[in-house]
Design a protein around this ligand. Structure first.
Ligand code: NAP
Length: 287
């Protein structure tokens, strides 16, 4: 029997509609309009498309677009100066440094200049620590989007076996921690894992964040399991994921497509983080 499809576009649209109302209510209550400062250095075409989409979506949610574009040859010191200014600016709720930055820049110290309460990507050491300690903070967008999709489809992952394939700082590790914090029994698999297919067959839920096109095939999947595909691959035939969708959907119970699964959730969760950031700063200012 073919798996039911998780409709990421519909869930993301719902999240964005709800956010619009929450942003309006927060603005009315506090007089603060949440503002997102996207920072783009250089002219990388893919980054320009991503940033334009984030800016459009934030405006559609009722937020201020505080975009900053720096030329490709901007020095490390000048990017640092801008990030410090944004960190100190009360109109800026969230700061997003679009990655990758040009090769002459070192992204790690730049990211660390973003204060935890404005870190809408959830990538600073402090945000990672807050997640690890289950303390309030901003969580990375794509991993949060995975949890939101599982919740939207009432996938009972508490106590269940979840295999996350991938241990990157951007996706694998944070999604595993979010799942553990929600009481899943999590296995993190990676390129050194022995017999990945056998490990995956123990899973009630598989989250594939590998970056290898079509790696997860039907023989990885326990009948009826939920399969979440984070991977994105661009080919002549369009977008595809880390999961062999045609084969796996014959075995799985629920599955995300690519495109239209996890992808649309990332920007929705960025907007959600920007509002949470504004709320967090408001709370901190009241203390
Ligand atoms: P990454 O940094 O390259 O990490 C890939 C992980 O997969 C690593 O931990 C690696 O293991 C593991 N891996 C690689 N080959 C493997 C194999 N054959 N078997 C088992 N594990 C293997 O990638 P990422 O940033 O996490 O991204 C993963 C995918 O998600 C990519 O396709 C990316 O484009 C996509 N992505 C999508 C979104 C979205 O919005 N939907 C957002 C971010 C990323 P080692 O640690 O041992 O090397």
């Amino acid at each position: 029997m073919a798996a039911a499809i998780i409709d990421g576009r519909a869930v993301a649209a719902r999240v964005r509609e709800n956010l619009k109302e929450e942003v309006a209510a927060f603005h009315a209550k506090t007089g603060i309009q949440p503002g997102l400062a996207t920072v783009l250095v250089g002219e990388d075409p893919a980054s320009e498309v991503y940033v334009a989409s984030k800016r459009r979506s934030s405006v559609a949610a009722g937020m201020a677009d505080l975009h900053q574009h720096l030329p490709a040859d901007t020095s490390q010191a000048d990017v640092e100066r801008l990030l410090r200014e944004l960190a100190a600016d009360p109109a800026v709720s969230g700061i997003l440094l679009q990655l990758p930055v040009p090769a002459h820049l070192d992204p790690a110290p730049l990211i660390e200049l973003i204060p935890f309460e404005k870190d809408v990507d959830g990538l600073t050491t402090q945000s990672v620590g807050l997640l690890a300690q289950k303390k309030p903070g901003l969580r990375p967008c794509t991993p949060s989007g995975v949890i939101e999709l599982l919740d939207a489809y009432d996938v009972p992952f508490e106590g269940a076996n979840v295999v996350v394939i991938g241990r990157s700082e951007l996706v694998g590790r944070p999604v595993a921690q979010l799942l553990v914090n929600r009481n899943a029994t999590v296995t993190i698999a990676h390129s050194r894992t022995r017999d990945l297919a056998a490990v995956c067959r123990t899973a009630d839920v598989i989250v594939a964040a590998v970056g290898v096109k079509g790696l997860v095939t039907a023989d990885f999947v326990k009948p009826g399991a939920t399969v979440i595909d984070v991977g994105i691959h661009r080919g002549p035939e369009g977008l595809s994921g880390d999961v062999d969708f045609a084969g796996v959907s014959e075995v799985a119970g629920l599955i995300t497509p690519v495109p239209g699964g996890v992808g649309p959730m990332t920007i929705a969760m960025l907007l959600s983080n920007t509002l949470r950031a504004a709320e967090l700063q408001y709370q901190l200012a009241q203390q």
